[in-house]
Each structure stands twice: as C-alpha cells, then as structure tokens.
Design a binder for this molecule. Structure first.
Ligand code: ADP
Length: 423
C-alpha cells in the first residue's frame, strides 16, 4: 500500500471512529434525557398522589384516598380527583408539596368539573381570550359545589430537564469542538499535501523550462564561436537572434518567479508615471511578431483608444502584456490568431487580448488566477509553464486598482480584458 492509500485509509478509519463515537454520544444523551424525564415524571406522580391524599384527608374524606394520575401529554398530569375543592387549600398544598418533592419547575394549574365539560379555574377561555384571572376563577370555584378534577402542566419541562444536563451538554460541545479541530487538521493536511505536490511539479517544470533556453543559447553561441569569421552574415544574424530570443525568454521566466516570491513577501513597489498604453502595447506586439510569424500565425493590434494614458508602472505593465500574449501564443496549438485591442470606456481604457486557442473550461476559469494553478490536469500539461503568469497579472492589475476578467470557450479561444482608469 502506498503512502497515499495509507493516508486515505487512516482518514476513513478516523471518520468511522468519530461517527461511531458521535452515535454513542447521541445515544447516551438520549438515555440520560429519558432517565431524567422518568425521574421528573415519578416525582410529579408521587407529589400529586401525596397531595390528593392530604387534600382529601383535610376535607374529611377517608374513604378512598388514592386517586389516579394520568399523563395526558408529555408535560401534563391529570388528577382524577372527583371531589369538590377549595381553591385556597389546593393552591397552598400544591406549592408546598412540590417544594417538598424537589420540584421547582414553573407549572400551570387547570381545574375541571368532573365530567371535563368545562374549565373552572386556570386556562379559562373567556370572551374569546384565554385568561388566568384568578379572582374570577376563585369565586367561580367557591360557587361550584360540584366534583372536580385538576391538571398540572409544566410548559418548560423539556428546557428544565435539558438545563439539568449541563455536564452532558458541555461534554458534547467539547466533543464537537474536538471534531471541528480534527476536520480542520485533515483539511489543512490535504492542502499542505496538494501544495507540496504542486511545488514538486513546479520544481520539475522550472528545471525543464530553464534548461531549454540555456541549451539553445549555449548551442547557438557554440556555433557562432566555432565559426567566427567563416559564417556568412545571414547565418550569424540567425544565431544571434536565437540567443537574443532565448535570453529574453529566460529573463521573462526568471522575472516571473522572482515577482511571485516578491509578491508573497508583500515587497512589490510600483514606480508610477504617465504611460501611453497604445505605444507600450505596440512595442510588445513588435517583439512578439517574429515568434508568431515563425509559427505562421497572426498577431493584430487594433489600438483604437483615443485617450491611452494611464498612471502606471511601465515595467510591470509591459510584463503583464507580455504574459498575456505569451499565454495566447502558448495555448494556441495551431497557427496562433491573436488580436489585441484597446478602446476607451467611461473614465478608463479597456485592453483585450483575444486568441483562438484551446480555450478554458467554464468550471476552471475561477481558478486560473490562483498561484501555481494550471488548467487541464491542474498542474502539468503539454504546454510548459509555472502557473504564475496570471497570478502576477491579477496582482499587478489590482495594485493599479484595475480589473482583469476572462471570457473563454473551449476549442474556440479566450479573451482576457484589462481595465485601467485613465490619468
Ligand atoms: P502557465 O501558463 O504558466 O501555466 P498562467 O498563470 O499564465 O500559468 O495560466 C494559468 C492557466 O490558465 C494555464 O495553465 C492555462 O491552463 C490557462 N490559460 C491561461 N491563459 C490561457 C489562454 N490564453 N488560453 C487557454 N488557457 C489559458
């Protein structure tokens, strides 16, 4: 079993164990609640039986002192008293008996006539509204010389029982907290793992990427050195061009990595001045023309912005234009067909770099600006790169308070748009 599988198995085992523990916790909690509820019900039962006993004795009824207590709901206890009651005796005995039995939960008292046809006291429904106007009820009760039953309801019974289970609640919270920590650790570990994989890929990519221009430069310079004086001018220029191009590429690649690490440290400083976007873009396009023509492609500039001036860092602006054109070329597997446009928008300038290359799937478009992210397999594909170009573009654009966006359709191409305010 490889490390990846071991890690997965450990996580699965831990999740199963946690789910098991959670189930046990829920079961214990439920059982503890049931036990407490039973204790509560028993206490009320005992109290009510003792109460009826005392009441009936006090009223001189010695014939049958045991009266049934029926639970009509989970929080209501109906006492089938069948005896004329005095309010004063019932009220004071109830409170005393409950205290004696350790019951301090708030309760409601309802007194019924024996046949449960009407309420005599308690939640009396009067003139369309419930009332507990005890003065009215008391007098009604005094008047009523009929056999009565009564019912006690504990409206906050559940809350009361749960309130008495503080230990369980605290331990459940602690358990959930530990679970959350565990989940955080697993997610963090996964992230670290992914990052370490990406970094390994990055190292492989960078080694390969830097090796290619270095090899090309060394070959071209070897030829120039060996044939000095004997090479015709056309060939010499061709090799010099290779060295120049590869050296630019090398510089660009090193710059990309350098800028990314500077950004990470928050050390990028912009030196802003008035920059003519049209002229700058024209220059970058010129530098790219040879590369695109070598691939029988087309690179057009429609630099129509009439107000092309922005207050920006020229060096970084050049780099981001270079980055976007580099991508437009890289991700056009056939002959590149690239159009660069500039146009004025209210208060600013819009720069669009559109290609007819491989395009980007909709679901990954949101990730392409992430550091090290590379579409397709996520980090490695046929086209070489570090997944840093667009991160750099976004950071620079944001540092200029601009906006960058992409529209793209797989197999049809992509269009990157930059917006900067005019100065
Ligand atoms: P890199 O090109 O070095 O991989 P970038 O940050 O420049 O890194 O781009 C991130 C990813 O976005 C690329 O790997 C590629 O999949 C996708 N991408 C960027 N530009 C284009 C484009 N013009 N056409 C298609 N895909 C692109």
């Amino acid at each position: 079993m490889n490390r990846q599988n071991i890690f997965k198995s450990v996580v699965v085992a831990a999740v199963v164990a946690i789910v098991g523990l959670l189930a046990v916790q829920v079961y214990w909690f439920r059982s503890a609640y049931d036990v407490r509820e039973k204790q509560f019900n028993d206490k009320v039962n005992l109290a009510l039986r003792a109460l009826t006993n005392d009441l009936l004795k006090a009223e001189g009824d010695t014939t049958s002192t045991i009266r049934p207590v029926v639970m009509t709901a989970s929080n209501s206890f109906y006492v089938d008293l069948n005896h004329t009651l005095s309010y004063a005796a019932l009220d004071s005995s109830l409170r005393k008996t409950f205290v004696r039995h350790g019951l301090d939960a708030p309760f409601e008292l309802t007194v019924y006539d024996k046949n449960r046809t009407g309420i005599i006291l308690g939640n009396l429904y009067l003139n369309g509204a419930y009332t507990t106007d005890t003065a009215t009820c008391r007098s009604r009760m005094a008047e009523a010389r009929i056999p009565m039953d009564f019912m006690i309801t504990f409206p906050d019974k559940q809350t009361d029982i749960v309130g008495g289970m503080m230990f369980w609640i605290v331990s459940a919270c602690a358990f959930v907290f530990i679970l959350a920590l565990f989940a955080y650790l697993v997610v963090d570990l996964q992230k670290q793992k992914k990052l370490s994989e990406i970094k390994t890929d990055f190292m492989n990519n960078i080694t390969h990427e830097l090796q290619t221009p270095i090899t090309n430069i060394s070959l071209a310079s070897e030829v120039l050195r060996a044939g000095s004086g004997r090479l015709d001018e056309q060939k010499a220029v061709h090799y010099a061009n290779i060295i120049y191009q590869e050296n630019r590429r090398l510089k660009f690649q090193v710059e990309q990595v350098l800028q990314a690490s500077l950004f990470e440290k928050g050390e990028i400083a912009l030196t802003k001045k008035e920059v003519n976007v049209n002229s700058l873009m024209e220059e970058v396009i010129q530098n790219f023309q040879m590369r695109i023509q070598n691939r029988q492609g087309q690179l057009r500039g429609k630099l129509d912005a009439l107000q092309p001036f922005v207050f920006a860092d020229e060096f970084h602006l050049t780099n981001i234009f270079y980055s976007l054109l580099d991508n437009a070329d890289k991700y056009s597997p056939d002959k590149p067909d690239i159009t660069v446009t500039t146009i004025n928008k209210p208060h600013g300038i819009l720069i669009a770099i559109a290609d007819k290359g491989i395009g980007i799937r909709r679901e990954v478009q949101q990730y392409i600006f992430d550091k090290f992210y590379r579409a397709s397999t996520g980090n490695v594909h046929d086209v070489k790169g570090y997944g840093l170009g667009l991160t750099y573009v976004q950071k620079i654009v944001e540092a200029h308070r601009g906006r960058v966006s992409v529209t793209s359709e797989p197999q049809h191409g992509s269009c990157f748009e930059l917006y900067f305010e005019n100065c």
